[in-house]
Design a protein around this ligand. Structure first.
Ligand code: 3PG
Length: 215
């Protein structure tokens, strides 16, 4: 596994953000770093996304900055050009996964079924986003996937409906590398400057990772 994916797995929780303004980037980064979650997935869903990734990569190199909602090979190149260190997609598009692989860009495509898991394995993926986790069966379904696929070494990043209340259910599964979600830093909270709330959610999530993994 790439060292970036290993680092993400070591952190255990990936805050997923849709940042509306580049002015939110540094306060967000500082809350994540102080709160013990030194990783972020900046989704390509806002006009500010590319500038946010660029700024964070330059100004906060200790933060592992990734790009989310990477839906095309072109966006893979944009993400790399902005300095993103990993990419995430909601689905598994072989063209996108191959573009990332050819560029040596650690990539986490999304899956929801066994067939897609096998496609991901065939493409050489090491971590797959289990999406949308809460709607397709949650930790119970992911635990069932563990049976036939654990021995392959594949790991998962459940995302979609993960909250402070169910985070532990996912983190307890050995097949989970990290859980992702927007509950840590909601777009509205960033707009209202609620950085202390973001910080407290980071601290709570990081503490839970420690408790469950016994680190
Ligand atoms: C994603 O972008 O990965 C999901 O939309 C995040 O889902 P959540 O808002 O339920 O955390």
């Amino acid at each position: 596994m790439s060292s970036v994916l290993e680092s993400i797995a070591a952190v255990g929780v990936v805050p997923v953000v849709a940042v509306d303004s580049v002015e939110h980037a540094l306060p967000l980064a500082d809350a994540l770093l102080e709160g013990g979650l030194p990783v972020v997935e900046v989704t390509f869903r806002t006009k500010a996304a590319a500038d946010v990734i660029r700024l964070l990569s330059k100004e906060r190199p200790q933060l592992i900055v990734g790009a989310g909602t990477v839906l095309s090979p072109e966006t893979v190149q944009t993400a790399i050009g902005c300095g993103a260190r990993f990419g995430v997609a909601p689905g598994l598009n072989p063209r996108v996964v191959k573009a990332a692989s050819e560029a040596g860009f650690p990539f986490i495509p999304g899956i929801a079924t066994p067939s897609e898991i096998e496609q991901g394995l065939e493409l050489g993926c090491r971590i797959l986003k289990f999406f949308p986790a809460g709607s397709i069966g949650g930790a119970k379904l992911l635990g069932a996937f563990s049976g036939p696929y654990k021995h392959t070494g594949i790991q998962f990043m459940p995302t979609g409906g993960v909250t402070a209340d169910n985070l532990a259910d996912y983190l307890r599964l050995p097949i989970v590398a990290a859980a992702g979600g927007t509950w840590i830093a909601k777009t509205a909270d960033m707009a209202e400057g609620k950085w202390d709330a973001v910080l407290q959610r980071c601290k709570a999530a990081a503490a839970l990772v420690k408790t469950i993994r016994g680190a």
